[in-house]
Write a protein that binds this ligand. Structure first.
Ligand SMILES: Cc1cc2nc3c(=O)[nH]c(=O)nc-3n(C[C@H](O)[C@H](O)[C@H](O)COP(=O)(O)O)c2cc1C
Length: 214
């Protein structure tokens, strides 16, 4: 008789434990489901955000000229931050690869106030409100292909945000030259990055973008 009662108690305890376990399992399974739904919502929200960014940044162009890759590195960082399109400006006549020859060639072009022909065409310039315009400092000025670009396109009403890479001379007043070429454009403060620092200029780029409202 005693044995029967003990068996009964054991059975009741086992059933109780099983019941609690099933409840807990079911409960936690629900929680997981909710979490997953929340995560899904988060993914959907992200997707919406990205969609918005895409439509917002369709009016941004990062345009740059670069010979040895420094300005290109900064252009890519800016593009990662602001989105939009990115285009490398290239010329019909390629530049000498030898550094000394390039230095002489560029100086001559500048003295001649040349307008080297561009092989890059920007079909849809009207769609852009903001152009981030990047170039290396060449002889204390912009490379002449940048002047060709400014001559070829009417950038009235647009914002042209200049960035330069250099070997010590900084911006050398080049934003003023852009403003002279494009009097009806807005030219905010430019960004100057020392050439050797170009690949690691993320924080300078972010600070500059913030300062000019991006
Ligand atoms: C033709 C030429 C002229 C240059 N003149 C200057 C200059 O006057 N001042 C300066 O700080 N750096 C000067 N530099 C150095 C470049 O501005 C620097 O290396 C820049 O980061 C190169 O950019 P890139 O790699 O995009 O071509 C000159 C470089 C070249 C090739």
């Amino acid at each position: 008789m005693n044995k029967k009662i003990i068996m009964l108690i054991v059975a009741v305890v086992i059933i109780a434990i099983a019941g609690v376990s099933i409840y807990m399992f079911t409960g936690s399974s629900d929680t997981n489901t909710n979490n997953n739904q929340n995560n899904n919502n988060a993914v959907e929200d992200d997707t919406n955000d990205n969609t918005n960014v895409t439509s917002d940044d369709a009016n941004i162009l990062v345009l740059y000229f670069s010979m040895s890759g420094n300005t290109e590195a900064v252009a890519n960082i800016i593009h990662d931050e602001v989105g939009g399109d990115i285009i490398r400006l290239e010329t019909v006549q390629t530049y000498p690869e030898d550094y000394d020859e390039l230095v002489d060639y560029a100086q001559e072009e500048q003295q001649d106030n040349a307008r080297p022909e561009l092989s890059t065409t920007i079909e849809n310039i009207d769609q852009y409100d903001t152009i981030f315009l990047g170039y290396p400092n060449w002889w204390g000025d912009m490379p002449m292909p940048i002047y060709t670009f400014l001559d070829n396109y009417d950038l009235s009403g647009k914002t042209i945000a200049p960035f330069i890479t250099h070997g010590g001379s900084g911006l050398s007043g080049t934003p003023s030259n852009i403003q002279e070429e494009e009097p009806d454009a807005t030219v905010p403060e430019g960004l100057a990055i020392y050439g050797d620092d170009a690949k690691n200029s993320q924080s300078d780029v972010r600070e500059w973008l913030n300062s000019i409202g991006y």
